[in-house]
Design a protein. Sequence first.
Length: 658
Amino acid sequence: MHYGADYNPEQWPEEVWPEDVARMREAGVTMVSLGIFSWARIQPSEHEFDFEWLDRIIGLLHDGGIAVDLATATASPPPWATVAYPEMLAADENGTPYWHGSRQHYAPSSPAYRKLAAALVTRIAERYAQHPAVVLWHVNNEYGCHLNIDYSDAARDAFRSWLQNRYGSVEALNDAWGTMFWSQRYGSFAEVFPPRHAPYSHNPGQLLDYRRFTSDMLFECYRMERDIIRAAGALQPITTNFMGAFKPVNYAQWAAELDVISDDLYPDPNDPEGFREGAFHGDLMRSLKPGTPWLLMEQASNAVNWRPSNAPKAPGQLAAQSLQAVARGADGILFFQWRQSRAGSEKFHSGMLPHAGTETRTWREVVALGRTLGDLPALPADDGSARVAILLDWENWWAIENPDHPTSLDYLSLVRGWYDAAHRLHVQVDLVPPTADLSRYRAVIAPHLYLLTEQAAANLSGFVDGGGHLLVTAFTDVVDTNDRFRTGGFGTQLRRLLGVVVEDFGALVAPASSGPGQQQVQVSGGGFAFPGSLLAEEVQAVDAEVLAGFDGGRQDGMPGLTARRRGAGSAYYLATVPDDDGARQVLQHLFGAAQVQPVLPGLPPTVEAIRRGRLLTVINYGDEAVDVEVQGLDAVDGRAVSKVSLQPFGYALVLTDA
Ligand code: GLA
């Protein structure tokens, strides 16, 4: 179990370093991420490298028994680089450059950036590949975090090559994008540009491809650095830090090429539902690379600096959030950052070692957490205990959020709606792509798969044929991989599986425009009663049982929720977006059919129970103390346990037989 932080010794005089190492030992730190923003210090000018300071701090850490997650330092090019090679600056959709003076201002597709980054990584990797302190490589930092999309000339040129590679001919590109619409036909790849500022809507196929291209350019940067590290003979695992479900980067695609998944997590301490964000992150990270423990690479020990108002963490919140990650498969709890900065825009961001010193609650909680983590037994990565999967697909995310749709949908919040409902029911879930092997699951929730590939459609049918219980929700199976309608209407691939035909989408005025304009539709019948919003599709149940119908409004009497049994399995279709309680009603029905049980029965919604092998973690995020019955041995001190009393942010770590 790793414990540690980003460590930025270059921000401090060298006299501070030995104290840092001593304090790290006191806190139980086992590993630090070094060099993430050290490019300017390592390479003060193009032909000058200075590694002596880095040798010294790595040596100090090593002597102190602290391992190093060594960064490649490529996330923030120094000013000399962008002055010498201004073509490596990223640009906004007007083509205006992002200048240096902050960070992440580079164009990922820029040959100049890649050349400089490659030279830097080569030097670092060759120097430290065999160093015994280095146990992990940290490529770049939070790819795409600030710079979601780059519209620079470097991106323009790279996009043309990317398209040439994808389509082979400009005729194929024209066909994929449907450019006969609005006279958009291209005569050559050289006529194509990034979707820069335009008077009105861009071509949706182009927007979707630009999302793919953006993720691919960052992926190329990652793989370039990874390959350089390997070519230098390094044998340590390699990672780059993810940010939960992050739209610009297709983590599901990247995961196969990371040895270890790592994640950065910053829920707002003020948000009483923030713990569900932590749960969602953890379940996603575990699911990205089944069987391999992941690392919580960054979190805050207390407040951050980047919200309009930055609440401190409540007493105990830090340990609760950290153990929530361990419960979901994390084998490392790390922070941004070790010592709070004294200058720069993050000086108000908490660190493990606060600016106010060690006579602080933060320091005491940091030290206590280090002890708890150090006392935990070795844990399996993932025992495969989730029997429910929620499908999450990046390409669908990009496509469903293209403009000019019946209504605007926020895909992540819709997926989160289902996730949160399952979480409140204390049912453990995985978050997997629609083409994943679904055979270990009894129930699968497929929210809004607007872009549904043929492989995914076949996978869903196969799951139900094999006895699985599937829930498909509105606005699914609408377009192909180029965001074009398939011929033959909507839902063409899942029509037989679901036994329903979708005639129209029945958009409702969105809740975002709250007040009198907001439209809802009632779904009732068969024990269901809940309001739907956003969509109330006009659906014919041609070969399915209608469990509940729309009650009132334009769709009055039409099917709202249908079921089609197929052998031991069943396929449900929900033609609207339910509220929280509606999602709970639908999931209770689905889980009943699939015989899925909660991890522990009878828990309030602000308490969670998670299983990781023999370790059962129970955490109370509510305002009131709760008693929970659970049999086993306390994982830290070995005492027999039959009932635990949990204060707010209290937790129990119990080794059970099951
Ligand atoms: C991100 C970055 C860190 C730091 C933190 C602050 O996670 O990776 O460098 O800026 O945010 O919360």
